[in-house]
Design a binder for this molecule. Sequence first.
Ligand SMILES: Cc1cc2nc3c(=O)[nH]c(=O)nc-3n(C[C@H](O)[C@H](O)[C@H](O)COP(=O)(O)OP(=O)(O)OC[C@H]3O[C@@H](n4cnc5c(N)ncnc54)[C@H](O)[C@@H]3O)c2cc1C
Length: 459
Amino acid sequence: MKRVAIVGGGIAALGCAVALKERGIACTIFEKERGGAGKLRTERAGAFLIEAGPDSFLPEKPWTLELIRTIGLEHELLCSNDEHKGTYIWSRGRLHRLPDGVALMVPTMIGPMLRSRLISWRGKLRMGLDLVVRRRRDESDESLESFVTRRLGRECLDKIAEPLVAGIHTSNPDNMSVRATFPRFVEMERKHRSLIRAMLAAKKRMPPPKPGARPMTYFMSLRSGMQALADGCAAFVGRDAFRSGTPVRRLARAGDGWRLALDDGKATFDHVVCAVPSYDAAGLLGELDGGLAAAMAAIEWSSSANVSLGFRREDVRVELPGFGFIVPRVEDRRINATTWSSIKWSHRAPDDHVLVRAFVGGGHHEELVELGDEDLVRVLREELRSIVGLEAEPVLTRIHRWPRSMPKYTVGHLERIEAIEGRVRAFAGLHLCGCSYRGIGIGDCVHSGFEAAKAIAGA
Ligand SMILES: Cc1cc2nc3c(=O)[nH]c(=O)nc-3n(C[C@H](O)[C@H](O)[C@H](O)COP(=O)(O)OP(=O)(O)OC[C@H]3O[C@@H](n4cnc5c(N)ncnc54)[C@H](O)[C@@H]3O)c2cc1C
């Protein structure tokens, strides 16, 4: 029987543990926080349901749905309320609706784009030039800024791509690797030359929804909140597998296996899955391979904070448009984005209340993350007042800070990850997974856990 340890208890670790259990392989999960489930954290306050971390996942990445089905949580699936759908972008003193048909940053419908006042006529013409601009021949990595300005122009970068696309990664477009974050765009250019043509072709190829299939929206969540996914995995794997409140201090070779240094002793395993952020992994592996640890420590991270505010519906005397708004960096405001949580999702607030979640930091004005609670709430309320005129007094306030929580995939990231993985392959029984390496979204993290389980089963 293989003895397997997983270090870290986030969703990548849990995906790995579930996939191991399905293959009949038991594991022990060491999580440093007591009762920790990584970033999937949901709080309840009366009938308010507050997401501290992620509020959704993308079903187009199939692994999260696969995990949900495996652990029997399909009945919890929750679509967004798409009758209210719409993203608003703050630009030159007002909110503009992202024109219909813009897929990530690529326009696919002419009418709404022409009618929109978000982008100037010159900017629209420049976006249209994507149809004729030549493809890049150089195969090397490129920043998102260089890619977007080359294909769609500077205005599209500043007003759409930066807040929408770089915003997902809480990164700066000037050093964010397009290959590591949106390989799909690179592939589109390679195959179709024009992103607009590629998006239109992809739309045509999209199969019609299967009759009787469960309806899905672009973003999906769980009725009881995203932590239900982590809790469901833990229940599937079995609580006995968990040693929470147990930090692993170091990993060392022990014959053909691995020795974990713990505060209360040591434990030995045949395989160890390192499912912690790269900076923690660097600490664990430093004595084993200094070069590997240095490469891991070189991955940069950004910090963010979000504040959830609950209001009595009758006190909200203004329109809260769409699902929320995003703010381009060029606007130099203190707020990054806001989601009207209880408009986007059902079951997030009592019927006569509204829940709002506002964000700061994430590669932009990160110093705000360090503000004291009162100042942080004051800043965000000032911003909401100035942007949508929201003056109401909140009846609920919850603050969640996320220091060093999002890895930045900077230009050259994939080459650096290949080098890291090459060094890890030299150590039989050592596996990496999690958001530090090949995708930050929940789907990619789950996938990385599945891959680690597959490697262990096949070893
Ligand atoms: C505010 C926020 C919002 C987000 N929103 C979304 C979203 O809506 N959709 C989406 O798809 N993604 C979202 N993401 C990204 C996504 O949530 C994360 O990338 C993902 O959850 C990371 O999972 P993980 O398993 O790699 O790491 P983590 O969840 O960070 O888990 C790692 C675990 O390792 C533990 N650990 C560290 N060191 C040790 C040690 N020495 N010993 C034992 N344990 C250790 C930590 O305590 C932690 O629990 C969001 C992220 C944040 C911060």
